[in-house]
Design a protein around this ligand. Sequence first.
Ligand code: ZN
Ligand code: ZN
Length: 362
Amino acid sequence: MERWKRVRLGFARYKISALVATSRVNVRYLTNFSGTAGLAVVTPEEVHLVTDGRYSGRAQEEVFSGVQVHIIRPGQDYWEVVLDLLPVGVRVGLESWNLSVERWTRIQKVFRKKDLQRVRVGSLLEYVRSLKAPEEIARMRQAQALVEEVLSELLGELRPGVTTEKDFAVELQYRLKKRGADDVSFDPIIASGPESAVPHAQSRPVPIQPNTVLLVDVGAIFEGYCSDMTRTFWVGPERPDPEFKRAYMAVLEAQNVAIEVIRDGVRVRTPDEQARKILKRAGLEKFYPHGLGHGVGLEIHEYPALSVHNPDNPLLERNMVVTVEPGVYLAGRFGIRIEDMVRVTDSGVENLTGFPKDLQVL
Ligand code: ZN
Ligand code: ZN
């Protein structure tokens, strides 16, 4: 598989001869096993999954072709099995960020028996995961399609003054699951009125009032893969507050300009810098407190962070899927965020979000 090849290409950088993944998300990425207990071992020639007896059937069913499944005996340590799979005296990459001090120490004890060295591999797997294969993109597209379908329905059914934020959030979750989503990729943010100015607001059991702002941030998971989208609406029947409208146009322009500069080979800070320029010109930069976006995939927040504050400032590469979500938050008044999920291409982006983003009055 392409992803195994990429992981092995990273071996040289860390001078390792094998890698053991322990985090659930990376075990899944490498083997397709979705259970909660398991380790993945990548060697130059092979990929192994080590799990326990509870998962023997599921593991055999789920794993990619070419993955060798090992079931530990009752009472046997996972790492003893790992030890058998590795040659003597080599350096072994480990996801140190995901290991407790306790486990890190215990691994050393086990590894000593074969003179193996533990090596922290940092973000190797996170980098490889950021480059999406067509089948991964197809799942994210499907997750997003479900969101767009359900959100359109619910906006049509919205009864200002009656429907609560919480009703809206719960109904979104229920209908997404009913249509085939594994789940939502995070608790949907449904924030109305001044509450929309809280970037990570929690949906409250209070009615969405007429003549105010409604911010909806929602994603679904389809076959393991997340989507992420935010839209900000004006709830009628009155026309939007002119100040809100002006700010909305600035955020939308910032978002469009940021999307326009994204392509293979551009640094992750660049689109955020461009978005900031537009917001600054509109006098709104001081109300933009977060980065422009993030990678999306098996997890809702993945490598890379698209932010002027990203210290490494890596390159955007072809087939990364990232969000573009500038926002402004005027405390006590309103918040606006517009978020699309785009795939980076050689010449620009493919926008995976089809939901309209011109200012809609509900
Ligand atoms: Zn979002
Ligand atoms: Zn996001």
